[in-house]
Design a protein around this ligand. Sequence first.
Ligand code: MG
Length: 372
Amino acid sequence: MKRRLAILGATGSIGTAALDVARANAEDFDIVLLSANRSAAALEKLGAEFPRALRALGAADAGSRVSRRGREALLAAIGEAGADITVNGIAGAAGLLPSLAALRSGSSLALANKETAVLAYPLVKALAEDMGAPVIPVDSEHAAVFKLLEAHGRDGVREIILTASGGPFRRHSLRQLETVSVKEALAHPTWNMGPKITVDSATMANKGLEVIEAVRLFDMKPEQVKVVIHPQSVVHSLVRLAGGALYAQLSRPDMRLPIQEALYWPETPPTPLGVLDLAGLRLDFEAPDGERFPMLPLAYEAARLGGLYPCAYNGANEEAVNAFFQGRAGFLDIPRVVRYVLDRDWGGELTLESIAEADRGSRELAASRIGG
Ligand code: MG
């Protein structure tokens, strides 16, 4: 029987990859919902291709804050679609409520929106358990860890090692980083992604968010989640067992692979996408530099402090990245703004209200630091 598939953020890089997988496996999936933020024309085109799918446009406004009208329309459509599985490829904190709505509708969640885990995973997990609906990570590193933990069990795992490409500025000095342009920050060496996440890769905020994501998804202590720079992006992540042995997951850097695995989980059908050839492959690893890339140590700090600190880290970063895009902040202002925001007290219980409050508060504080 065909599975009913919803794709949120259908015109973005994750959505496009998910649609590729769905097209290649049309006998297995019926697309029941497609949503996009601003790409009305692209969504309409998809509507012509998948005429039976519901469409929702305008989940977020230009500042990536969820606008009420668009948000209500999207949440209603998620409830109405009755999907079996939902791919959430929405960028930023705007993805949280759609994740919850999908789970509440009884759908499984193939999660590419890392903010859902960073901001609110305890709430998401409780709802998923109530609904008996699994959350399957799609972020390539977490998809790899998810499979590795399935294979090795989690009891004997000493630590998780997330790989990071290092982004386009891996070799830049602090002085060079001070003056990099938006255009330079958008030229990612291995992954072709949306603009916000590409800048996050360049600052390593993306890896910072992924550290918090891993802590929350896999119930690890922050010190059990390590990061290693691996420019080829072929090893997606590793686990180290108590005995010291390392196990890695390798594949070509192609987001369709983790998406396909999530869509078929717990099965693993043979892939039509081609496999990695080991011959001639070169794999490099090096330690990340927290001095040139302070967004990484700041993320560990937020993870250790817990509560609403991860939410403040994310909100401040989203605001600072927007300011960078608009030419109101330099590249290194991004960690400065986040440092400033994290110096406030973000302790407290995780509820949807407190998360929304911390999200708003951290953006306002960041905006005040950035100024005019
Ligand atoms: Mg990733």
